[in-house]
Design a protein around this ligand. Structure first.
Ligand code: DX5
Ligand code: ZN
Length: 237
């Protein structure tokens, strides 16, 4: 169960220290939200800031992946810039690319993992001809644009449906969920089949990063364990 704190709720005046602090507190990835005031109403940060935090995204001598979530339209021109800035994963929204397959190939050709992001109302048929090319599917559990929104409950069956589709591929494709994740809903999200959780306000707002990350992870793992009932295990075997 990977936990990816979203820097959107960090103190932007001390971003390097915040990255160090969440990594010390147990973060597995650093979630980096890029908003363009066009695809989404908000405006945040770009490749220069990604490059600036890159030296802080380490645990000992091991890099901690920067998980770039592009909420921009168009997307392709920014992808080489984020590769240069040290991104490890890039996810984009299908509505923001004219040629989804081309964008996926571009990300992978630059040595990064590629993810497709589905908004709460984006249908799953967007995955039909591209799922096998992806390294991750990112399901939004809020509408993109702001941190601190409430988790949309009807995304839970969608997480389950994507989990089944990923399992059917037999490939190691991550299922990340982003938006309104807190300790008190992490169990249900883990139970639905997510393996990577983004959390912005739940990690940064309380100030106790280690406790917040541990609570989200423990509850999500508890949900994941419940999912694996004896019947399910027999089926998997
Ligand atoms: C929303 C962003 C999310 C957001 C998560 O558009 O993609 O990553 O910052 O923040 P919380 O966890 O506060 O919903
Ligand atoms: Zn995000």
């Amino acid at each position: 169960m990977r936990i990816a704190p979203s820097l959107l709720s960090a103190d932007f005046a001390r971003l390097g220290e915040e990255v160090t602090a969440v990594i010390d507190a147990g973060a597995d990835l650093i979630h980096f939200d890029v908003m363009d005031n066009h695809y989404v109403p908000n405006l945040t940060v770009g490749p220069l800031v990604c490059q600036a935090i890159k030296p802080y995204a380490v645990r000992g001598d091991q890099p901690v992946p920067i998980d770039v979530h592009l909420m921009v339209k168009p997307v392709d021109a920014l992808i080489p810039m984020f590769a240069q800035a040290g991104a490890s994963l890039i996810s984009f929204h299908p509505e923001a690319s004219e040629h989804i397959d081309r964008t996926v190939q571009l990300i992978r050709s630059l040595g990064m993992k590629a993810g497709l992001v589905l908004n709460p109302a984006t249908p799953l048929h967007c995955l039909d001809h591209v799922l096998e090319q992806l390294d991750l599917v990112l399901l939004m559990s809020v509408n993109p644009g702001y941190g601190g929104q409430s988790f949309i409950e009807h995304v839970l069956p969608k997480i389950e449906a994507v989990r089944r589709r990923i399992d059917a591929t037999g490939r190691d494709i991550w299922l990340e969920v982003d938006g309104g994740i807190k300790a008190d809903n992490a169990q249900r999200v883990g139970n639905a089949g997510a393996d990577t959780l983004v959390a912005g306000s739940a990690v940064f707002s309380g100030g106790r990063y280690r406790e917040s990350i541990a609570a989200i992870r423990d509850n999500a793992l508890a949900g994941q364990r419940l999912r694996r009932t004896p019947a399910r295990r027999a089926h998997d075997a």
